[in-house]
Design a protein around this ligand. Sequence first.
Ligand code: PHE
Length: 338
Amino acid sequence: MSNNIEKLKEEIRLKVEEALTKEELEIIRNNYLSKKGEFAKLMASMKDLPNEEKPAFGKLVNEAKTLIELILLDKLSIIKDKLLEEKLNNEKIDITVKGDKFSLGTIHPLNQVIEDLEDFFIAMGYEVKEGPEVELDLYNFEMMNFSEGHPARDMQDTFYVEDKVLLRTHTSPVQARTMLDSKNNPVKIICPGKTYRRDEDDLTHSHQFMQIEGLVIDKNISFANLKDTLLRMVRHLFGEKREIRVRPSYFPFVEPGVEVDVVVNNNDGTKRYIEVLGAGLIHPEVLRMGGYDPKEFSGFAFGIGVERIAMLKYNVEDIRNFYLNDLRFLQQFKGDLS
Ligand code: PHE
């Protein structure tokens, strides 16, 4: 009888050794260890043994069962380890494989000019403001001293959303909004943004373009302060030796009003003058409408043409290049993306 046990043990050991899956182990366990399994049969056959042999035989059977359990458990953990290893191998990331390359964009040249000038003005104590592109006639024209029917309105025709609601023709309405918000306190702001006019597009004009408005209000602001600020800005952009030309001009919201040209030296010794901005001292009527007493406060304002600056700085001849999103054009302006 004990020989039978040994044979059974050996048989099982071999089968377990050959088993490759959890399912196969389960079948072995069922065949040998379940209630109808081979060991149960052995136990049943015990009734035929003489009584004095029964305890020893029972012990042998139980020891064999325990051993088989251990063998099965052992093999199960080997199979599980193997499965895990296979899974890990399949999921392994090969960091030496060449990845997809994402090309990094560049900052648009107009934004490069704006960011550069923001840094410049912030360093001089200015705050950066924003204003709506869909603007009220009230701020775009009325409070900028273009009363209804004023002839200067003709130069700034625009796109109307409703009778008195329009796409702003300049960033100057932010002057009016800022004055009303600042309630008789000194002001020192710039405001970059998009502006619109009903212009025919050509080399130097676009129906949509960008400006940076500047507004300073305080006591005793003079034209010298304005000129100094603008000269510093031009020299920041175009080098310490650059000259400007200041020409009288007319804008209803300043008095006196000027246009500022950057002087460009031609190769043949002659000079060219490129207009880059309008400016002036705030008109007393505009101060009054904004809630300031012109006897106490004075100020200056300027409106920089961002495209003009960018065209000069980067030698761009056709303003429309800025809006076409042609990568061959844009990638020439690497800029600092950090
Ligand atoms: N808003 C004027 C324009 O767009 C420019 C300007 C701004 C002039 C501020 C004077 C003062 O033409």
